[in-house]
Structure formats: structure tokens, C-alpha cells
Design a protein around this ligand. Structure first.
Ligand code: MRU
Length: 370
């Protein structure tokens, strides 16, 4: 997507041909800061500290983290240790495990001397595949927005509510939940997005709002608790969110608070769509509530908040009384029954085992787990 008119991805190989460029997302929306990752440790830290975040981007960053590790030591031991280190950075997004397993399987079968070059080639392919996937799911999702537009007899605008950031910053490009929005906007469908701020880290207020603004998509930032009110008053036509892990029967884990939006949508008859690349599907589990690990992050993300002061500097201030305990669950699980449909690169399907298997028949023989 474009930033100030210039095309940009969220991760790239630097001109030196080996170090990895990223946008340090912690500084947005106030400053666009790019950085260069040169070691495995730096890549792992970038994922853990959420300098890069969003399920597909975490997978791509982990793939490049392996490249950086193998550059200096292509042995089996180094490969396995790097996979373990990267896998431990964030537990919920399954793209991380998916990308690492994909890389490890391919690289293990090669002699060590050939691994580094092969790793860079595969990491680049993972990035390109992510972009193609998101472009395709964007087209399928835009068709749903168009349907809504026709249903409204082309009156007013199509009102979309989204949670967290599932835009291009969360992927390599295009995004998941926002890909249909960008596509519909580009096709001339009038869209307006209600952007949940998404406490505690405010990915909606900081990142989604910034992306939409850069692309010229009309939007309004709302506090996380406002969505239900808007739905009760007919101000939301559809919700589209992303997912960090989708089970074989269509349960989805996404940023904390997604479940409450799905409940409000169900109560108000608002379609609730989840957009995902198939790399987000964990075919080994069915029951998301029992089997998806929910990341718990530092309490300081809840007790403190960062923002720009009138003089332009960014500062962190404390919100809660000294000594009050905090809990910081980063994700929640929305059961498939609350999801109207899943939007994938292969089309739109019911959030169920049957729906997913219709689109991914090659998984029929596979293990779908518990
Ligand atoms: O904690 P984050 O910022 O990595 O969480 C991101 C989300 O929850 C997104 O909605 C999810 O990764 C799907 S987006 C492509």
C-alpha cells in the first residue's frame, strides 16, 4: 500500500541482500520509523516487543529471523535452536509456527552449505504468497461489501466496523480484514469504517486509523465499548475482523474484545465476517476455547498509556492507582456459531468444519484433531 504516495511493504530485504527492513510499528501514528534487523536475536526481539505484529507479518518476520540465524551457522543444531527461540516469542498467532515449520522442513533436507540461500528464497516466497493471498481474499470480501451496497440501493455508505489492526501493517501487504475495505474503496464503493481503538495497545487508533487515512478511506475512531451502541442504532452494516488462529471447525482467536463485538453483532443481526489467509488455520485443533493458547502480556500495557504531548514529544503516563493489580489477556476466542462467514483466499465459507473443507478439500484426509 502507499504511504505518502510511495508504495511500501511492512517488511523487506535491504539493498545489501541480507539484512531485513521493518517498520517499527511502536512509533506509529506519530512517526514512521524504519529499522534494520541483522541477527536472529534482533528478529526475535522485534516480534516479542511488537515492533512487528499481526499474525501474517509475525510469520514472515520469523522466516527472515531464520535466514539471519543460518547466515552465520547453518547447522542442524542452530536451525532447531532458532526455531525454538522464534516460536517462543508470541504464542497465539499460528502463522508463526506455520512459517517456522515450513522453513524447517524444507531446510532440514538440504546440506548445511545450501541452507542460507534457500532460506532467503523461501522467506521471500512466503512474503509474496502472503500478498497474493490477501489480494485474493480482498476481492472476495469486497464482493460482500458490494452486495451490501446493492442491498442499500446504493444509498449512503456501507458502514464497516473493525477491531484491532488487520490491515497491511499486520501482513506483508494489503491486510486481511482491511483488504476488502481497500478494494471496495478502490472500486468506488462508498465505505466508512468504525475503528475500535483496541486497548490496551491501541492498534486500531494508532495503526488502522493511520492506514485508512493514508489510503483516503473515510473512518471514525471509537472507544472499544461503542460498537454495541452503534449496532443497536443501525449504524453498522457489517463487521470484518482478522484472526490469529482459526480452528478446523471455524472458531477464531483474535485481539481481546473481538468476542464481545461478535456477541453484539449476533444480538443485532449484523453480519460478522472474519478474514484470513489459510496459513492462519490450525487444522490440528477444533475447540478454540480449550486449545488456543492465549498470550498474556505485561501489565504495564494496561496500567500505562503512551501519547503525543502538545510539544510533539511522545510520553508514557500511568492511568491506574499505584499498586492496583492488572491482567492483560491479549486475545479471546470467538466461537464459530457467532461468525457469519469466513473470507479466505479461496472464497467465502461457513465457519464450520464442512465449510472449511469445502474450500480446502485436500485437508479431508488430514487430521482435524479434537
Ligand atoms: O497483538 P497483535 O497486534 O499482533 O494482534 C493482531 C491481531 O489481533 C490481528 O487482528 C490479527 O493478527 C489478524 S490480522 C492480519
Amino acid at each position: 500500500m502507499k504511504v505518502g504516495g510511495v508504495a511500501m511493504r511492512s517488511i523487506w530485504l535491504e539493498p545489501d541482500g541480507w539484512s531485513v527492513g521493518i517498520i517499527d510499528q511502536r512509533h506509529l501514528p506519530h512517526r514512521l520509523v524504519t529499522d534494520r534487523l541483522t541477527t536472529l536475536a534482533e528478529a526475535a526481539e522485534a516480534i516479542r516487543a511488537m515492533r512487528v505484529r499481526g499474525a501474517p507479518l509475525i510469520g514472515a518476520a520469523a522466516a527472515y529471523g531464520l535466514c539471519l540465524a543460518l547466515r552465520t551457522d547453518p547447522s542442524n543444531a542452530a536451525l532447531d535452536a532458532a526455531c525454538r527461540m522464534l516460536a517462543a516469542t508470541r504464542p497465539t498467532a499460528v502463522n508463526l509456527a506455520w512459517a517456522l515449520e515450513d522453513m524447517r522442513r524444507r531446510l532440514r533436507s538440504l546440506p548445511p552449505a545450501r541452507r542460507s540461500e534457500a532460506a532467503y528464497a523461501r522467506a521471500a516466497a512466503i512474503c509474496d504468497e502472503d500478498i497474493a493471498t490477501n489480494r485474493a481474499l480482498g476481492a472476495h470480501g469486497a464482493a460482500l461489501i458490494r452486495e451490501r451496497w446493492e442491498k442499500k440501493r446504493r444509498q449512503g455508505v456501507v458502514e464497516v466496523l473493525t477491531h484491532c489492526n488487520a490491515g497491511w501493517l499486520a501482513t506483508v501487504d494489503w491486510g486481511t480484514a482491511l483488504a476488502p475495505v481497500f478494494r471496495a474503496h478502490d472500486e468506488g464503493i462508498p465505505v466508512h469504517v468504525w475503528v475500535d481503538e483496541t486497548r490496551p495497545r491501541n492498534q486500531g487508533a494508532s495503526l488502522t486509523a493511520w492506514e485508512l487515512q493514508q489510503h483516503g478511506v473515510p473512518h471514525t475512531v471509537i472507544v472499544d465499548n461503542a460498537g454495541g451502541h452503534l449496532m443497536q442504532h443501525g449504524r453498522v452494516d457489517l463487521c470484518i475482523v482478522g484472526t490469529d488462529r482459526t480452528t478446523a471447525r471455524g472458531d477464531v482467536a483474535n485481539k481481546i474484545g473481538t468476542y464481545l463485538k461478535a456477541l453484539a453483532a449476533a444480538d443485532n443481526g449484523v453480519p460478522f465476517y472474519v478474514a484470513l489467509p489459510s496459513s492462519t488455520i490450525d487444522w490440528s485443533i477444533a475447540d478454540g476455547l480449550r486449545h488456543i493458547p492465549i498470550e498474556e502480556r505485561a501489565g504495564s500495557e494496561v496500567s500505562d498509556i503512551a501519547g503525543r504531548l502538545p510539544d510533539g514529544t511522545v510520553a508514557t503516563v500511568r492511568l491506574i492507582p499505584e499498586g492496583s493489580p492488572v491482567a492483560n489477556y491479549a486475545f479471546d476466542v470467538t466461537p464459530a456459531r457467532l461468525v457469519t462467514a469466513l473470507i479466505t483466499e479461496r472464497g467465502v465459507c461457513e465457519a464450520s468444519a464442512a465449510g472449511l473443507l469445502r474450500l480446502f478439500p485436500e485437508r479431508r484426509a488430514g487430521r482435524t484433531g479434537t
